[in-house]
Design a protein around this ligand. Sequence first.
Ligand code: AMP
Ligand code: FE
Ligand code: FE
Ligand code: ZN
Length: 277
Amino acid sequence: MLADLHIHTTFSDGVYTPEKIIAQARVSGIAAIAITDHDNIQAYDRAARTIHFRHLGIQLIRGVEIDTDYKGKDVHVLGYHFDPENQPLLQAMAWTRVGRITRIRKIIQKINQLGYPITLEEVREEAHGSKSLGRPHIARVLVKKGLFSHTQAVFDALIASGRPAYCRQVKMQPKEAVDLLHRAGGIAFLAHPAEIGNPDLVEELLDRVPFDGMEVWHPSILKEKPPHDWLQVAKNHGLLTSGGSDLHGNPGRFPLHLGEFPISYENVKGVIEGKKI
Ligand code: AMP
Ligand code: FE
Ligand code: FE
Ligand code: ZN
């Protein structure tokens, strides 16, 4: 049996609508999924409705991926099973989404200065009304204009960390995100530790922040040389283990379709059941 607990939709920077995600889950035979849009939880209702009206037996877990900053590094916190009406959590996500718009404006300004024509309106249009604007939207606009061959090329040339149009964003600390999720009755996970690119920093985070678990299975582990034993790290810290494909639907980064990065249901059962081992 399969599960996928890290999926993006058009409600953040994913390409597929919640309905398309459910259709893909059905085709791939995935028994349990969590949509984890960046700083946005609105896709859940659309996905739940689709499952209900089509009488599908897919288990849907409430999820989110919250952007935080730790010592100047992007640290993503995955949350599951929280109360979707919890006001402090909703307000914190709204605050981060406003910060995203401010940052996107700055990035666009830099890209314009580098000689590439792009406007905030074009980025908003590409985002199809998503309230959680992100760099992938910028990348897709530049690809559609024929200025780059694929989104990864835009990141590599302009907007990845350290590239000339990159801008940092003021974000909350990982501990704040974890506390918010806990107060909303949820559980909190350190997302894709391999992407942090510094195992010592991951250890420090796990020692200092009250995470319930860590995302052990994620496509970023496929690129690690040498591979790191994240399962052992999770065990050492007494953590639940999670896993997901981080599907966005952008060619060139992570899987393009659900099911391409299979994760065993058994490995992430603790997350699905929402309790500690
Ligand atoms: P943002 O939320 O604006 O910081 O953008 C982060 C998103 O951009 C991630 O969730 C990925 O979808 C994508 N992303 C981040 N870094 C890269 C990279 N180096 N190459 C391609 N895509 C990336
Ligand atoms: Fe993303
Ligand atoms: Fe992430
Ligand atoms: Zn993600």
